[in-house]
Design a protein around this ligand. Structure first.
Ligand code: FMN
Ligand code: SF4
Length: 453
C-alpha cells in the first residue's frame, strides 16, 4: 500500500470524535493556515500541489480557487459537493462516515483561503444517516473554537451548514446543486456565468468534491510541493478508488496515482484478483459515465504501454481506445457479464435522472433505454445497433450539462468494443431469453460459440 494521506487514521478507534481526531494531529492545517499564512498563500499551496478535482472532471483545484471573483462586494461561498450519486462511486460516503472531521477541517482551511464566511456541505438525501454524523462533528468543532466567531482567537469567523438534497443524481452537477441549495428545483444552469463569478445567491462560489476538500488538509500540513512529489506528471497525490464488481476485495482504496491498473486489480493490496478467478472481461474505470474498456485495453493502452491509474493514462487513446479516471468508481466485470444488460441498466438510470430541460437528453435517454430494452429482451433488429450509436451522437455535446454526454459515452463505447455481443442478441433471441444467460454462463460471442460447437 502506498502513502495514505486521507485514510491514514481510518482504523483508529474513535477517529470520528473530535478528541481522537485532534490527538492524531487533526485541525493542524487550520492552525497553520489561520495563524501563519495569508488566504492567498493557502491558495498558492493548493496550486503548487497540482491537486485536481476528485468529483469527476479533474479540473485543477488551485486554478479554480484563483478564478473566484475576489473583487466582488458580495459574500463568497465554498460549497462541498457530497451528492455522490454516480453509479459505482462510494468513496465520499466512506470518508464522511468514518472520518468526518477531515472534511470539516478541509472546509475551514478552504473557506479561509477563499474568504468565505458561510459555507455548505450539500449531501445527497440517501445519505441521511451521514447528515447526523457530520452535524455532530460540526457541533464539536464549534465547541472547540474551530468554527464560529474569531476562530482560534483570530479575525476569521466561519459558519458551516449541512444541507441534504432530496436524492437526485442531477443535483451533483454543480449548478443544479446550487439551484437546489437555494431551495429550487435542481435544474442545471447555462454557463457562463460560472459559479466563481455568479454561484450561490448570484455570489462568487467555489464548488468542490468531498475528497478534493479533504486533500487540502495534507497539502497545507506538508506543503504543496511535497504533495506534488506523489503521483506521476499532472496526476499528483493520492486518490480514493471505490472498487466493486467481480473482485475478491471490493471496497475503498487510497492509491498513489500511477499504480498500474493490472496491479490494482490483481494485487492483494487492492482488489485481490477476480472473484472466482474467471477471466477479466471489461472495466468501467471512473463511474458509470465514462467509456467502458475491454480487458486488453484497460490493462494496456492501444500503443501497448501499461495502463496506469492516472488521469492521463486512463484517457490515453481518447474515446476510441481510452476512458477516464472520473470519480474513481472502478467497476470490474468478468466474462459472465452481459454487456447489453449492463448498458440497459445504466441507460435506465440516465433516463430516470435526466432533468428534462434539453430535448436531446430528455428524448435521447428515453430512446436509448427503449432500444436497449428490446435488444436485451430478444426483440431487437440489426438496425437498432446503429440507431443507438446515432442517438448517442446526437446527444453528445448538444445539451446544457454533461449528463447528456454521460449517458451517451457508455453506449458509444460499449458498441465500439462489444458490437458482436449486440449482434448476437439480435441473431439468437432464443438463447438470450434464457434468464441465466447474463449471470451464470459465460457470455459466448458468436465466434467462440462456433468454436465450441
Ligand atoms: C450529472 C452530474 C453529476 C455529478 N455528480 C457529482 C457528484 O455527485 N459529486 C461531485 O463531486 N461532482 C459531481 N459532478 C461534477 C460537478 O459538476 C463538479 O464538477 C464538481 O463537484 C467539482 O468539484 P471538483 O472540482 O472538486 O471535482 C457531477 C456532474 C454531473 C454533470
Ligand atoms: S443534459 Fe439532461 S440533465 Fe443536463 S440539463 Fe439537459 S436535460 Fe437536464
Amino acid at each position: 500500500m502506498g502513502r495514505q494521506l486521507l485514510l491514514e487514521h481510518i482504523a483508529e478507534p474513535g477517529i470520528e470524535t473530535f478528541a481522537v481526531y485532534r490527538k492524531k494531529g487533526g485541525y493542524a492545517s487550520v492552525e497553520k493556515a489561520l495563524k501563519t499564512m495569508t488566504p492567498d498563500q493557502v491558495t498558492e499551496e493548493v496550486k503548487i500541489s497540482g491537486l485536481r478535482g476528485r468529483g469527476g472532471a479533474g479540473f485543477p483545484a488551485g486554478m479554480k480557487w484563483s478564478f473566484l471573483d475576489r473583487k466582488s462586494e458580495k459574500p463568497r461561498y465554498l460549497v462541498c459537493n457530497a451528492d455522490e450519486s454516480e453509479p459505482g462511486t462510494f468513496k465520499d460516503r466512506y470518508l464522511m462516515e468514518k472520518i468526518p472531521h477531515l472534511l470539516i477541517e478541509g472546509m475551514i482551511t478552504g473557506s479561509y483561503a477563499l474568504g468565505a464566511k458561510t459555507s455548505y456541505i450539500y449531501i445527497r438525501g440517501e445519505y441521511m444517516y451521514i447528515v447526523g454524523i457530520l452535524e455532530k462533528a460540526i457541533d464539536e468543532a464549534y465547541a472547540n473554537g474551530f468554527l464560529g466567531k474569531n476562530i482560534l482567537g483570530t479575525d476569521y469567523s466561519l459558519d458551516l451548514y449541512v444541507h441534504p438534497g432530496a436524492g437526485a443524481y442531477i443535483c451533483g452537477e454543480e449548478t443544479a446543486l446550487l439551484e437546489s441549495l437555494e431551495g429550487k428545483r435542481g435544474n442545471p444552469r447555462l454557463k457562463p456565468p460560472f459559479p466563481a463569478v455568479s454561484g450561490l445567491y448570484a455570489s462568487p462560489t467555489v464548488v468542490n468534491n468531498v475528497e478534493t476538500i479533504a486533500a487540502v488538509v495534507p497539502i497545507i500540513n506538508n506543503g504543496g510541493a511535497e504533495y506534488a512529489k506523489i503521483g506521476i506528471g499532472k496526476s499528483t497525490g493520492t486518490k480514493l478508488i471505490s472498487a466493486s464488481g467481480h473482485i475478491k476485495k471490493p471496497g475503498v482504496y487510497e492509491i498513489e496515482l500511477g499504480v498500474p491498473v493490472e496491479e490494482f486489480i490483481y494485487s492483494d493490496q487492492y482488489c485481490g484478483g477476480m472473484l472466482t478467478n474467471r477471466p477479466l472481461k471489461a472495466v468501467v474505470a471512473g463511474g458509470s459515465s465514462v467509456p467502458i474498456l475491454p480487458a486488453d485495453l484497460i490493462l494496456k493502452t492501444a500503443k501497448g504501454e501499461k495502463r496506469l491509474m492516472t488521469y492521463e493514462s486512463l484517457s490515453d487513446g481518447g474515446f476510441v481506445s481510452g476512458s477516464m479516471l472520473g470519480s474513481g468508481g472502478f467497476i470490474v466485470m468478468d466474462d459472465t457479464t452481459c454487456i447489453v444488460r449492463n448498458l440497459w441498466s445504466f441507460a435506465r438510470f440516465y433516463h430516470h435522472e435526466s432533468c428534462g430541460q434539453c430535448s436531446p437528453c430528455r428524448e435521447g435517454t428515453g430512446w436509448m433505454e427503449k432500444v436497449l430494452h428490446r435488444i436485451e429482451h430478444g426483440h431487437g433488429h440489426m438496425g437498432d445497433i446503429d440507431l443507438l450509436v446515432d442517438v448517442a451522437k446526437k446527444i453528445e455535446g448538444n445539451t446544457i450539462c454533461p449528463l447528456g454526454d454521460a449517458a451517451a459515452w457508455p453506449v458509444a463505447s460499449a458498441i465500439r468494443h462489444f458490437r458482436e455481443e449486440f449482434e448476437y442478441h439480435v441473431k439468437y433471441p432464443e438463447k438470450i431469453k434464457n434468464p441465466k444467460h447474463f449471470a451464470i454462463e459465460p457470455f459466448l460471442s458468436e465466434k467462440k460459440l462456433e468454436l465450441v460447437n
